[in-house]
Design a protein around this ligand. Sequence first.
Ligand SMILES: Cc1cc2nc3c(=O)[nH]c(=O)nc-3n(C[C@H](O)[C@H](O)[C@H](O)COP(=O)(O)OP(=O)(O)OC[C@H]3O[C@@H](n4cnc5c(N)ncnc54)[C@H](O)[C@@H]3O)c2cc1C
Ligand code: FES
Length: 234
Amino acid sequence: MSPARLRVLGVERVGPYALLRLGRGPLDPGTPGQFFMLRPPGLVVPRPMSLCLAPPGELAFLVDPVGAGTRALAGLERGDGVHVVGPLGNGFRLDVQRPLLLGGGIGVAPFPFLSARLGRPPALLGFRTAQHAEAAALVPNAEVVLEPTLVTELLSPGFDVLACGPEPMLEAVGRLEPAAQLAWEAPMACGFGACYGCAVEIGGRLARLCVEGPVLGGRVRGQIPAMAGKVAAA
Ligand SMILES: Cc1cc2nc3c(=O)[nH]c(=O)nc-3n(C[C@H](O)[C@H](O)[C@H](O)COP(=O)(O)OP(=O)(O)OC[C@H]3O[C@@H](n4cnc5c(N)ncnc54)[C@H](O)[C@@H]3O)c2cc1C
Ligand code: FES
């Protein structure tokens, strides 16, 4: 799959995060939970990002500036070019009866797009601080909790849970709701199965998360992807 060079339409601050808005070019937004590989000028290895919003003619990504790659993306300016490949991987299944979006921190990134596709279902979102929680404004019908309260404390039975967030949160959700759909993360260098940088252990075998995930169904419960040898994307 060859990269498209997309133009930056704008970068908006959302608490400590940056909402990077790109012209869509020839790319399809795909299914919520799928991801795109973004390479800003100056980087050799692209970085995986979930699609956050897909307004007409745009693709928007919510970026947490945690390292060199994400800081480069958050620091882009209108008119800059970004190499983008995608959509990649497997997103959330949308054939659910009673959806509940459950997320933590930058894990809320795919939820605005997911919420739009599912008809604005309820969402339970957890954040470290009130500043981080500003991202909840992007997700309709969201109930917000701040640490030390955990989103899993408010989870009641009877929902089809679609979750994205830090690994301990996903593990807890998988234990409470075996049928939940969980969006996992691993460092990724290629995004399409070629480098094995995203290899994780699922049920005693190595699997490439970029190909088999990032969204995995509850059926892998008890075989939660123990993150095997995280290979840093240089
Ligand atoms: C499918 C997928 C979707 C993602 N969607 C988003 C998104 O929408 N918004 C967003 O801000 N981030 C997202 N991420 C995470 C993002 O890709 C990483 O934070 C980014 O690649 C880090 O690059 P860096 O150069 O900024 O930091 P680095 O300096 O490379 O890393 C900073 C720290 O994060 C760790 N790290 C790097 N990549 C990952 C990873 N993928 N998982 C866990 N730890 C990691 C490193 O070990 C290091 O401790 C996603 C990751 C995946 C796999
Ligand atoms: S990121 Fe290269 S194989 Fe998954």
